[in-house]
Design a protein around this ligand. Structure first.
Ligand code: NAP
Length: 617
């Protein structure tokens, strides 16, 4: 049975894009109507850390850290250990292990690093089985004969056998995946692991599809940046296990999140089939703070919802394939705000006038409703700035009659100009492309000026200035769109740029005596408004702000004060290299001793251990 959003499908002629199982776990297959046994929904998806150390000693340390990180299972990638001697090393690795382990001597022909013969590789698996490893991972290519032989020896073992298959290039068709998975079950393994590579985010729908209709414990993942949501949402679709790296830089496959993110940001341990999905659609998107912010809001209000980054190449294709009731709302960022406007079945008036939609909510009818919260976010931040600084009283329209100068005429510029006009300000638009400035100024009954006239534009004092260009954004942090002296004519200066928080424009404005409002306030404002559209509830603002501004302090049970991990071995440059690899911001300063380095970071216990581990190994 094929289930389509017909209105969208006919409008876009996307006849070849399949919509995956709208009922989540009903076992409906594309082109197949097959009812299959469902996974026990009470079984929680496990979090597994792949351990990639090059020595047994380091792997033992990593095992401790994996336990500390909150993972349920660790995968021992013994093929990565140089000179691995199974007879001597396996008993050491498996003795007193702090958490269940998968023993994986991954073959070269399956993307691994094992250098010995196939016979010696299979001996490692036999030995792990006999020593009572919790799981062994056997590739499909050899699984049939190997498992038969293992079982025929009649030895009792509690070891579960994972039969795995990896496609490092693409995601095959539904039919091919189905046929391969049938072959995998036929080998007699206990768990099936089918891993593909996502070339496009819509490939992940196929992974969710086979997970949903699995007849036994199944691990299903799509590698690569486009496959990230397969890892984040595996628990929702019945995945037996998902992988998370110990820390940034320790990933065993492309697109792997960290265990800490899986647990703390995406709350995968409490995710289930009823979890509603939200996300930010963009390209690029992995820099977005949206997931941290919105997931904190969901957690705070105890909502069974998750917000994920959605790296999308084709907006219409994504919206069509994922048009299902449990994918309920989306933030839309560069470059898709205009595509979102075109796609939505209904669009609020402000978004229509601005010409951009940054928020999409799926109605129960399957239709999409579009909003623009950038406007509300920016203007309420500016109004708050005026009130807090005493430049306006609690008047409902503190911008009324004020001269409001907008720099830029793109999406954010349009939102600012429209919002200012709605609040009865007199609008002036300055833009690099003068024609665009003119068009925008005309649409809001304002006036246009050339960008290079801006520094001499001082018709009155007490004006409001709002930059909506990317001038001053990282890495060009010393740039400003206007000469510092000209800022004396402004009472308040707002900058939509929020990386860095204090832009050159805001620094200059503060020095010239103006009140300044950071783009971060617009970011919060537009996100809080989105949160309300997503949930019909007011956003828990202070918790959401804290998770961005004080990330470590906001986490319960974490150290609140800066911790110095004193690394007494190694030089400063080595420390810097290690801190970068571990994903810490930076090595702040030289340590107290000539040959040491100090991390002045907010770190939790496992991060401190990790630093120490890195220096010891
Ligand atoms: P956009 O639609 O691409 O518009 C970009 C604008 O910047 C255009 O007016 C463009 O002028 C101008 N511009 C770009 N580079 C310039 C340069 N080197 N010199 C002079 N003008 C330049 O982008 P947008 O969505 O409006 O975003 C603009 C900025 O606002 C970005 O920095 C973005 O991060 C920020 N923003 C912040 C938030 C927030 O929550 N704080 C939300 C949305 C956007 P032309 O017309 O001449 O090309």
């Amino acid at each position: 049975m094929l289930l389509w959003n017909l209105s969208i499908r006919s409008r876009l002629c996307l006849c070849h894009f399949p919509v995956f199982d709208l009922k989540g776990f009903s076992g409906i297959g594309r082109g197949r109507e097959k009812k299959v046994a469902l996974m026990d929904p009470s079984k929680q998806c496990l979090i597994c850390v792949p351990l990639t150390a090059k020595t047994v000693k380091k792997m033992l340390f990593q095992l401790e850290l994996a336990k500390e990180s909150g993972a349920d299972v660790a995968e021992l990638r013994v093929d990565l250990i140089s000179g691995f001697d199974a007879a001597a090393d396996l008993p050491v690795l498996l003795k007193d292990k702090p958490l269940p382990v998968i023993v994986t001597p991954r073959a070269k022909w399956e993307g691994g690093e094992y250098k010995g013969s196939e016979e010696s590789r299979q001996d490692i698996l036999r030995m792990a089985y006999d020593l009572g490893a919790d799981y062994i991972d056997v590739e499909l290519k050899v699984a049939g004969g190997f498992i038969q032989e293992l079982r025929s020896r009649g030895k009792d073992s509690t070891t579960k056998i994972i039969v795995s298959n990896h496609n490092w290039d693409f995601t095959p068709s539904d039919e091919e995946i189905h046929a391969t998975i049938e072959q995998m079950w036929a080998t007699g393994g206990d768990i099936v692991k089918y891993v593909t590579t996502a070339q496009d985010i819509t490939d992940v729908a196929q992974v969710f599809h086979f997970l949903s209709e699995s007849k036994g414990p199944t691990i299903g993942l799509a590698m690569g940046p486009a496959g990230m949501i397969s890892r984040l949402l595996a628990p929702k679709f019945g995945g037996y296990l998902t992988f998370g790296a110990l820390c940034k830089g320790q990933e065993s496959a492309p697109g792997q999140p960290t265990v800490q993110d899986l647990i703390e940001v995406y709350r995968v341990k409490s995710m289930d089939r009823d979890t509603m999905v939200y996300g930010v659609i963009g390209k690029p998107v992995y820099h977005s703070k949206g997931p941290v912010l919105h997931n904190k809001g969901f957690e705070e209000l105890n909502l069974n919802k998750v917000y994920v980054p959605l790296l999308v190449d084709d907006f219409n294709k994504f919206m069509n394939v994922f048009n299902r009731p449990d994918f309920h709302g989306f933030s839309v960022t560069i470059p898709y705000k205009e595509d979102a406007l075109k796609l939505c079945d209904r669009v609020e008036n402000a978004a229509k006038i601005i010409g951009a939609v940054n928020t999409v909510v799926r109605e129960t009818t399957g239709e999409y409703q579009g909003y623009n919260t950038d406007c509300e976010g920016a203007l309420s931040a500016i109004e708050k700035g005026l009130r807090h600084s005493g430049l306006a009283n609690n008047d409902e329209t503190p911008l009324k009659g004020k001269l409001f100068v907008v720099i830029g005429a793109g999406g954010a510029g349009k939102a600012l100009a429209y919002g200012a006009k709605e609040r009865h300000a007199r609008v002036v638009v300055a833009n690099r492309n003068y024609e665009r400035a003119k068009a925008l100024a005309e649409s809001v009954g304002g006036k246009a000026i050339e960008l290079d006239q801006l520094s001499d534009f001082r018709p009155e004092t007490g004006m409001i200035l709002a930059n909506s260009t990317s001038i001053g954004m990282e890495p060009e942090v010393t740039r400003s769109p206007i000469h510092k002296d000209a800022l004396s004519a402004y009472a308040l200066v707002f900058d939509a740029v929020y990386t860095p928080k204090q832009t050159q424009l805001l620094k200059d404005a503060a020095e010239m005596g103006a009140v300044t409002v950071s783009g971060e306030e617009m970011f919060y404002g537009q996100a809080f408004a989105q949160f309300r559209y997503f949930t019909d509830l007011p956003a828990p603002e202070s918790a959401m702000r804290d998770v961005i501004s004080k990330p470590a302090a906001a986490k319960k049970g974490k150290l609140r004060a800066p911790v110095s991990a004193q690394c007494s071995i190694g030089t400063y440059s080595r420390g810097r290299m290690i801190s970068t690899r571990l994903g810490f911001d930076k090595l702040l300063q030289r340590g107290l001793y000539p040959n040491s380095a100090q991390f002045g970071m907010l770190m939790d216990k496992s991060q401190v251990q990790l630093v120490n581990l890195a220096f010891r190994c």
